[in-house]
Design a protein around this ligand. Sequence first.
Ligand SMILES: Nc1ncnc2c1ncn2[C@@H]1O[C@H](COP(=O)(O)OP(=O)(O)OP(=O)(O)O)[C@@H](O)[C@H]1O
Ligand SMILES: [Mg+2]
Length: 407
Amino acid sequence: MKCFYFRDKSKSKHSSSGQPNSAPVLQNHGGGGGSPPEPRGGDRAVTGLNRNTRSMSSLPSPRRGVAELYREKRGLREFTYPELRDATCGFNRELKIGEGGFGSVYKGTLKVVGDGRDPTVVAIKRLNRHGLQGRKEWMTEVQFLSVVEHPNLVKLLGYCSTEDGRGPQLFLVYEYMPNRGLDDHLFNQALPALPWKTRLEIILGAAEGLAYLHEGMEIKVIYRDFKSANVLLDENFQAKLSDFGLAREGPVDNRSHVTTVVVGTYGYAAPEYVETGHLTIPSDVWTFGVVLYEILTGRRAVEMNRPSREQKLLDWVKDYPVKGKTFSMIIDPRLRGQYSYPAARRIGNLAERCLVKNAKDRPTMREVTVVLKQAILESQPEAMDSRSNGSGPATPTKERRVSRRTR
Ligand SMILES: Nc1ncnc2c1ncn2[C@@H]1O[C@H](COP(=O)(O)OP(=O)(O)OP(=O)(O)O)[C@@H](O)[C@H]1O
Ligand SMILES: [Mg+2]
């Protein structure tokens, strides 16, 4: 890739450590000190893992938390600012592939390993200047993504923390996902409709990723930001969960929840979490149920430009119960009837189970994967039903990020 940019004369300082390949350290309020990583800001952890409340004598559990696992692993590469600037031709607008609530994402090419191999195509997220909160989210993402390892989770290749005249600048460098997000394929009318079976395979991959986070590691991880925009797709349309800035360690010692400030994306968060701030593993399962309905209907969780009765997806689908005769009317019209009706009902039933009010009655993500595999079997070409419906096309509306009790 040819790069043209004006050289930045201002000297970019690199991370406080100055050491290549060293792990980033969250500092106190802009201070120099290099204190170890802290849990997420504003969260009142009841896990007993909060570094600030942890006392050697009062906590007998030898259990390691994400901060400990992260310190042991330290496998990430620390990039310099000039490396990232050159990789993106000076953060050239033409290489910008997206923008989210936390910053802009650029496509770039970088030498990820220093062995003379060809440069790798990467996605570089440049965080907005959000002060300490932004830094905590950046740190959370670095910690979780360096500890987790699963084919359905995006790989973080490295990070960069630097300063310019206006304060700290933070970057994350990921493997590049050429097929972008599931949301693009479900809601962007300019792209071809995503076939039924591909939808199921993608959502199965996402479910496997969540199941791993919930029960596949030494620590339990609550992802907290499950949504179609965070399910990225690789060259084979394999799902990879991204955006771990809101992830939290799950409860330990038989506790049911961790207590946190309410953050997430409008339309996706579990009601009990929004109301109480009690975050649980089943909170993620609720959110998964919302995305199951997005897959079925081709509509976003919230679309403010629809008639008021249809703006909230979960309210709208109530008029078309899974067991009723009108259920097929909610199925994405862009599928043009090319889906398996029994599988669609199975998915509808599964969504309902994920969305039950009592969090304890929701299935585990492992159970969810079993049902999704059955639905995929029912969706083999020979089993495909050819029902269609006559509802109008979906119109995309970008969802809004919320930071407090908004529903
Ligand atoms: N690793 C990646 N490879 C390719 N595209 C990516 C990658 N990471 C993010 N993107 C794309 O960049 C865009 C912005 O992503 P980002 O995660 O910042 O925001 P979002 O998930 O859309 O919303 P938000 O994070 O604000 O809730 C999205 O279109 C996403 O598909
Ligand atoms: Mg995202």
